[in-house]
Write a protein that binds this ligand. Structure first.
Ligand code: ADP
Ligand code: MG
Length: 485
């Protein structure tokens, strides 16, 4: 997106610079709660609890929270599309009456009219401005140019890539000349590379002269890296009910470098705040934390970039799990047994004819389960490893189950499932959560491994038809309960 001023002709604000209205936040939620009546007309469910939040002029604010925490509801409250059950929504210090014209929203799902061309879709954003036809064409032209859509004027949405469609969404929001450009998970339906470039363009848009006519950008997301990349202030919301837990200023200078140390430190800080919210209170289990202290662990870290390096201030660690099948781990143990207890990791790589990176992943998986140890470049069997190898299948499963329950990810997932109705959670919400918790991982791969290991341990399982993850025990006891029918 070019950064010339799209909205140069924007009318000046009516309020005097020092008046209370000028000093007031652009939008404010003051002690807002929101409840919905339960599905079967039952007692109301509280979605948001005592939310106080303001959007200030000159900031890019990110609201970060897991799926279902109430982020979109906050956006709808700000937009005047729904009303609070308690508390007040203010615009420039005055109670918001009806729809908030100061705000435009870009949605994840693009929300374009399929039967309208790009140009006509953007025109929808002009409806409130009552321009004549020539002015409309100028505004549309400028917006399309700014957002990198010149030449696509007459295309239909279905002819465009996801990234291009989302650009139409941005153009439509911008021509409305909002004070606040709101984005509701605007990049999460895009492929990784497209998302990355569009994010950078949003930052460029803001950094261009006059912020492209905007007073603030408000980003709703469940992606930590995205929030740290874009926002000047990050608000973290917890779930069930949604409550504001942390407000973290993000002073990193632009343009921000995702690979820089200060960036990683900021991601760590936000990550630690979120981890503290979602983790149970017990102290971290040592086998997990120990892995990165060893020779092989360190190599893995270098090989895998920032993965697994995030720790909370208390040392509580959520570590990713390598995508390695259980049989492969057993195979590794058998090779170490053949090698009589210890083998150099480079020799091991040659021996099993796997690339070094892959070898490291297998070794790391076994080490996380305490089956092996990795002093320096050597891989050696632990007592537990010998036990596991010699044990009959049921004992292996029991061991495996105990071992994975020392890993934070499994602890968390099991705790979540134990609380969930019928011990089941929709896989998509698990994926969202994994994405939040381990921003450098591929959630789908991670879930695949969690399920594979969980199945072997007879701890958790996956129901393809219902697309849900469930607790092994829960489903069994449920079956028993239903038998008497
Ligand atoms: P997020 O955007 O963070 O994923 P939402 O704001 O969409 O969360 O939803 C928060 C919670 O409120 C969810 O549990 C959702 O099911 C519930 N919810 C949202 N809108 C309604 C509604 N109109 N009626 C009942 N429940 C709703
Ligand atoms: Mg949402």
């Amino acid at each position: 997106m070019a950064t010339d001023t799209l909205l140069a002709e924007r009318p000046q604000s009516q309020t005097a610079p020092d008046s209370p209205a000028a000093l007031a936040p652009l939008i404010e939620l003051r002690h807002v709660s929101k409840s919905y009546v339960g599905a079967d007309g039952g007692s109301p469910v509280t979605i948001l609890d005592d939310i106080s939040l303001e959007i200030r002029e000159g900031e890019m604010l990110a609201l970060l929270g897991q799926s279902g925490s109430g982020k979109s509801t906050i956006l709808r409250l700000m937009a005047g599309l729904t009303e609070p059950t308690q508390g007040a929504v203010l615009s420039h210090g005055a109670p918001l009456a009806g729809v908030n014209r100061g705000l435009a929203i870009v949605f994840q799902s693009f929300a374009l009219y399929p039967w309208l061309t790009v140009q006509e879709n953007v025109q929808v954003g002009l409806l409130q401005r009552r321009l004549d036809a020539r002015q409309e064409q100028e505004e549309i032209h400028r917006a399309l140019e700014l957002i990198g859509l010149s030449g696509y004027e007459n295309a239909y949405p279905k002819q465009l890539s996801g990234g291009m469609r989302q650009r139409v969404g941005f153009a439509r929001a911008l021509v409305a000349q909002p004070e606040v450009l709101c984005m509701d998970e605007p990049f999460s339906a895009l492929d990784v590379l497209t998302a990355e470039s569009l994010r950078a363009e949003v930052v460029e848009l803001w950094r261009g002269s006059g912020h492209a006519g905007l007073k603030s950008i408000f980003l709703v997301t469940h992606n930590i890296v995205e929030a740290v990349f874009i926002a000047t202030r990050i608000v973290i919301i917890s779930s069930h009910p949604g409550r504001i837990r942390n407000v973290i200023p993000n002073p990193l200078p632009y343009p921000r470098d995702i690979n820089s140390k200060p960036f990683a430190a900021m991601v760590d800080q936000v990550h630690a705040a979120i981890t503290a919210l979602v983790l149970p209170d017990e102290p971290a289990e040592q086998p997990v934390a120990r892995v990165t202290g060893t020779g092989v662990g360190r190599t893995t870290e270098t090989a895998e970039g920032m993965r697994g390096r995030v720790a909370t201030p208390t040392g509580t660690r959520v570590e990713s799990i390598p995508n390695v099948p259980v049989e492969t781990i057993v195979g590794l143990l058998e090779i170490i047994e053949d090698a009589q207890e210890t083998i150099n990791v480079y020799d091991l790589s040659t021996r099993i004819a796997k690339e070094f990176g892959e070898t490291i992943a297998i070794v790391k998986a076994a080490e996380m389960l305490d089956l092996i140890d990795t002093p320096k470049d050597d891989v050696l069997m632990t007592q537990a490893g010998w036990y596991f190898l010699a044990a009959p299948a049921p004992a292996r499963k029991t061991f495996f189950r105990q071992a994975i329950m020392k890993l934070r990810l499994f602890q968390m997932l099991a705790a979540r499932l134990a609380e969930a109705p019928e011990g089941r959670i929709n896989a998509d919400s698990v994926l969202d959560e994994l994405g939040t918790l381990l921003p450098y991982d591929q959630p789908a791969k991670l879930l695949e491994t969690l399920i594979a290991w969980g199945r072997y341990a007879e701890l958790i399982d996956f129901d393809q038809n219902a697309n849900s993850v469930y607790l092994h025990e829960a489903s069994e006891s449920e079956d028993e309960d239903e038998d008497p029918e």
